[in-house]
Ligand binder design. Structure first.
Ligand code: BG6
Length: 310
């Protein structure tokens, strides 16, 4: 069968495909509701901005665009919505394998693009276990997986990450849609929806804690909330907006901000970046890991919408 060119997936002015640097194709969407960009490297949404918003919803590191640190092979792009799969964090404590798995450092293919009747644009990206860089014998079971990511861009944003097990044995995965949100100032936000939820505090030896009240930020924060399916509200008093993150088939939520020292030590974040971002991730991690039986699929979904604070 003839391989389709990337250009054949373009939809007039609504969806175009170009290379941001050699080997890094980017899909640019501009429809009647919103604009967005998606990198095929990582299958990663980079930006999303409904036309009625002044500020983009997602944070993307501006550092690296000029220094070429942002787009380099075997390194994840910092910002947007990276895909953590088939594991979240480290595979195990002393693992030397890539943190957050292989999906975010692999080149995905375009399966389809479509303009929907309500004016939204849908893109389906795919990758198979064998086309990620996984070669290690103990990762063989992941090679039989197919991954599909459906992104729908409207005045809301929807992401569906479907894992299908084509192998003969059950597989176990952990995963996250690692959304980086742009905020006015980390001191002027709070996150609602996690009150009284149990979390592992990664900045405190994975201590088990219970969230009292809304999440507010006054230092490095790295919390894995387990057994929660609730909608999350990111209230930003500086931008006067509330972003709601709804999820499906997700039993964990991760909240992360590296704070000043760690952010400054990271080569792909500018010194002040930690003030302007927060990660809220729809996930299945730790005790919420997912088992997928042969010929079965599992679909993790995130829907993001924004409204003014009234
Ligand atoms: C978060 C983790 O999801 O991702 C943090 O909870 C981690 O522990 C962060 O530091 C960023 O990870 P990375 O691999 O993109 O630097």
């Amino acid at each position: 069968m003839m391989k389709q060119t990337l250009q054949s997936f373009e939809l007039d002015d609504e969806l175009t495909i170009s290379e941001i640097s050699p080997g890094f194709p980017i899909i640019t969407i501009n429809n009647s509701h919103a604009s967005a960009r998606i990198s095929l490297y990582g299958g990663q949404l980079l930006d999303f901005k409904p036309h009625n918003q002044e500020e983009p919803l997602l944070w993307l590191s501006e550092k690296g665009l000029s220094e070429k640190a942002l787009y380099s092979k075997n390194k994840a792009i910092r910002g947007g919505i990276p895909i953590c799969w088939p594991w979240f964090g480290l595979l195990n404590e002393d693992s030397v394998l890539p943190a957050h798995g292989y999906a975010r450092i692999s080149l995905w293919g375009v399966h389809s693009t479509q303009s929907l009747s309500d004016g939204s644009t849908q893109v389906v990206l795919k990758i198979s276990g064998t086309s990620t860089g996984m070669q290690q014998p103990d990762l063989q079971h992941y090679l039989d997986c197919n991954l599909s990511l459906t992104i729908t861009v409207s005045n809301t944003l929807s992401l569906e990450l479907q894992t299908t097990n084509r192998g003969l044995s059950p597989i176990v995965i952990t995963e996250a849609l690692h959304s980086y949100f742009k905020v006015s100032d980390i001191h002027k936000i709070c996150i609602e929806g996690l009150e009284q939820v149990n979390y592992l505090d990664k900045v405190n030896d994975n201590m088990s804690c219970i969230q009292e009240g809304a999440v507010k930020f006054s230092g490095e924060t790295d919390r894995v909330f387990v057994n929660t399916q609730a909608d999350i509200h990111l209230i930003d008093y500086g931008f006067n907006r509330k972003i709601t993150l709804s999820k499906n088939n997700s039993n964990s939520t991760v909240v992360w901000n590296p704070w000043q020292e760690k952010s400054q030590a990271m080569g792909d974040m500018s010194n002040e970046a930690w003030l302007k971002m927060v990660c809220i991730e729809s996930a299945n991690v730790h005790s919420n890991k997912i088992v997928i039986n042969p010929e079965q699929s599992h679909c993790l979904t995130s829907v993001i919408r924004v409204e003014e604070i009234t």
